[in-house]
Design a protein around this ligand. Structure first.
Ligand SMILES: [Zn+2]
Length: 416
């Protein structure tokens, strides 16, 4: 299990789909479908493996019920960890409006880089502290609920498996959940970006050097070393390595390899996104928009749109303009929704996305705003129309931003 706070404006594949659960303190909670995999794995490993081995006398129904409660509470504790990032983040000036639960745990989406090392330090450290507090609290409660004579036997170092077997369902659950949260808190404190500990490291280097870019580069390097360490340990486990506490086995090994691979990806992406933000700072939309944009009238039929506009051009999405006025956009996807038999009668105005429903920008707006619109899955936009006084001036796609960066951005050979 791992977790990270994402510095990417782009939530990527995670967050784009998924089930919106509810909102807490202005933070959307979204469950990615992949969370079901993790939930299923935990449920099965507890219900079929851990609890029956601790409690051979428990009925299958009891094992599975405690396993279900434990798996649910585990995700509640992951959620509390992430929510603490989001709530503290918002209070120190880092907009964080979404938390996503996914196969490796959870993440809180940062919508911009932290304004200062101090704000990042507070935002990053609160998550592991919450996990550690939950872990110590649950463990203490579990011990407190354990009958005194059992504890005395434990003190005399009696056979641990027979002691475990005598625990009731609630102490069993708490003594599984507590230590796991402690492990979760400690894991997230590992000093590799973008883990929380890596963010703490970045904040410290940033505050010492005053150079956020260098701080990110160092913390990212540490994150990649840690990720490859996990991959190495995972592979070794596949070949029989057994570690104290963590254990061994092929399944754990494969899991560690995946976690390490994910972290390495996340470290690289977070670094690139930070670099892109830095390069785009101060750039105006008009510097990178495509100006050669053909607009279509709303009254033509879909057949005409396809024959006269779509087929002869490379353009995939067309602004729709009535005279000089921008009124909407129409794309291949909109055409696909119209049965071919209706192409001769259906008008563009009937199938276009209305201008009022689109995010548009002006030519003097910040290029970063365009990136944010494109990256936000809420907008469902792969193009941003650039509109000045109702007149379409140009369009911006991700590709246009990439083109600008390849000409003005970091030297490929020198890039990290
Ligand atoms: Zn965290």
């Amino acid at each position: 299990m791992t977790d990270r706070t994402s510095a990417r404006p782009d939530p990527g594949p995670i967050g784009a789909r998924g089930l919106r659960l509810f909102s807490v303190a202005g933070v959307r909670i979204v469950a990615d479908w992949s969370v079901l995999i993790a939930f299923g794995l935990i449920l099965v490993s507890l219900g079929k493996g851990v609890f029956p081995s601790w409690h051979p006398q428990w009925s299958a129904a009891l094992s599975w019920s405690v396993a279900l409660a434990a798996a649910l509470l585990f995700f509640v504790s992951v959620l509390m960890h992430e929510l603490s990032h989001a709530i503290v983040g918002q209070s120190v000036g880092i907009p964080m409006r979404q938390v996503t639960l996914f196969v490796f745990g959870g993440m809180a989406h940062m919508e911009s880089e932290p304004p200062s090392p101090r704000s990042e330090l507070l935002m990053a450290s609160v998550g592991p502290l919450v996990s550690l507090a939950l872990g110590v609290g649950a463990t203490a409660l579990g011990v407190w609920l354990t009958p005194g004579d059992l504890l005395q036997q434990a003190g005399r170092a009696a056979d641990p498996s027979s002691l475990l077997a005598q625990l009731g369902p609630l102490p069993t659950l708490l003594l599984w959940l507590g230590p796991l949260n402690v492990v979760l808190g400690l894991f997230n404190l590992m000093p590799g970006f973008p883990l929380d500990g890596g963010r703490v490291l970045r904040a410290l280097i940033w505050s010492a050097t005053g150079d956020m870019r260098r701080a990110t580069a160092w913390a990212t390097a540490a994150g990649r070393v840690f990720a490859w360490l996990l991959i190495g340990v995972g592979v070794a486990m596949g070949f029989g390595l057994v570690l104290p506490v963590i254990g061994g086995g092929l399944f754990s090994g494969i899991w560690l390899v995946f976690v390490g691979w994910f972290l390495d990806n996340a470290a690289r992406t977070s670094y690139q996104q930070m670099a892109i933000r830095e390069w785009l700072a101060g750039v105006r939309v008009s510097d990178l928009m495509r100006r050669e944009v053909v607009a279509v009238p709303p009254d033509i039929t879909v057949a005409t749109l396809v024959r006269d506009y779509m087929m002869p051009s490379e353009q995939g999405t067309f602004p729709v303009a009535r005279g000089d006025q921008f009124v909407g956009m129409v794309s291949f996807a909109d055409v696909h929704r119209v049965p071919r038999a209706h192409w001769e009668t259906c008008r563009v105005a009937e199938i276009m996305v209305d201008g009022a429903a689109l995010r548009t920008l002006g030519p003097d707006d910040d290029a970063l705003d365009a990136l944010q619109v494109l990256a936000n899955p809420e907008h469902h936009q792969d193009q941003v129309p650039i509109v000045l006084e109702q007149h379409i001036e140009g369009m911006v796609r991700r590709r246009d931003i990439a083109r600008w960066l390849s000409l003005h951005g970091p030297d490929e050979r020198g890039a990290a």
